[in-house]
Design a protein around this ligand. Sequence first.
Ligand SMILES: NC(=O)c1ccc[n+]([C@@H]2O[C@H](COP(=O)([O-])OP(=O)(O)OC[C@H]3O[C@@H](n4cnc5c(N)ncnc54)[C@H](O)[C@@H]3O)[C@@H](O)[C@H]2O)c1
Length: 442
Amino acid sequence: MGEIQSKSLSSVTVVGLGKIGLTLAAVFANNGYRVVGADINKDVVTSVNQGRSHINNEPGLDKLVLNAHKNKTLSATTVTTDAVRESNIIIVIVPVLVDKQNKIDYQFIDRAVEDIAKGLNKDSLIVFETTLPPGDTRSRFGKKIEEISGLNMGEDFYLAYSPERVYSNQIIRDLKNYPKVVSGVNKQSLDLAADFYSNSLQCELIKVSSLETAEFSKVAECVYRDVNIALANELAQFAEEKEVNISEVITASNSQPYSHIHSPGIGVGGHCIPIYPYFFINKGLTEGLTPLSRHVNDNMAPYAISKVEKRIGSLENKNVLILGLSYRENVKEPTKSSSLLLIDHLKEKEANVFVNDPLFTESEVIEYSVLPLSLDDRLVSEMDVVILQAFHDQYRNIDFSQFKNCKVVLDGRNKLNKDEIIELGMMYEGIGIGLEGGHDER
Ligand SMILES: NC(=O)c1ccc[n+]([C@@H]2O[C@H](COP(=O)([O-])OP(=O)(O)OC[C@H]3O[C@@H](n4cnc5c(N)ncnc54)[C@H](O)[C@@H]3O)[C@@H](O)[C@H]2O)c1
């Protein structure tokens, strides 16, 4: 194992060059490691080999990728097995998702693990960073790697798990500032992984006693946030009944140091919070707050739509514009976005659904079977309802006077200027703020 401990000789393969994987690869490659990124997407590999990042809105990433390219410390390939053959540290950051029925979908990572096992050298260290159901690093992937490679975990190769906890748009900063939770299948694996991260990221480490503890801690973080948001959404609905503004309530409540109520909204999206609770639910946590919170949060989109209907009646043939296909502001990520729930429910109501998102091309929007709408298009004046789903920077100064025919603005993130909208003669509705302005049309 001497060669892994010697930083100058270490060669790292990062498997999965997405938002997180490319950023990790670029950081390692600028901190003294020789890095090969492996990805099944040819376009991603081509761009990295030209010194270009394919990820938008990640401060500092373009520069790190270009710098590593110039220094010849970062390259990419579509052939994971070959990259692994040339490496002694392998970082796995390929997503595990859930399908439409919320069953765990391992197809991408299973393939990656097979490719890794085929090229694995004796004495290598493999670290899984992907969020996983507790037990998978050891029982699903470790065993599979043993089976294919003929090597034993903990003896012939070292196996660790270290969850990735960063936030898109600030990954480089978070990698340095957030403590890194690290675990290993045995002490040597843990020590090697800890050494690697303290050299490559220079961050604080939290060593935990088992792979399963580290896996559980990441899922628990996400469940906590989902349950907290569900509570905020429940309180928001009750606040509406009591004609109280939930935003004001939360600011006041959270001035007490033990109160951390999150923000209510039209739904929870992305490939973390709405997905990882199923890593517990599908493994036995079938009752209680975890599944209930999923239900509460997924119900916010139909709940918000029903409030619009209460004011303007049926949405049949009404033109409804959703601002933001992404699950949250300033990130190009449609996975489990609340806009998808909104689209489904609006289509059930037979509304004409338009979507604007400055981060997506028209053809990317059309994939969701909706009508893309540029804010320069004269059709904006024909919208009956405007729904804010993701508060991208481009919407900060949006001119609502262009929505000449709009009756209701549904502010799904409680971010818009309510007074300005009401002054324009439209009804304004937030989440937990109540309908104000304009006239009831029914
Ligand atoms: N994005 C976030 O904000 C975030 C935050 C914390 C943790 N995470 C964790 O990081 C994981 C990855 O997230 P991301 O945002 O980078 O995902 P992403 O969708 O941006 O990228 C995933 C990459 O993996 C590649 N890939 C798929 N199958 C592959 C295979 N068999 N071999 C090699 N490459 C393959 C894809 O082509 C893609 O480039 C998540 O699943 C999650 O566990 C993400």
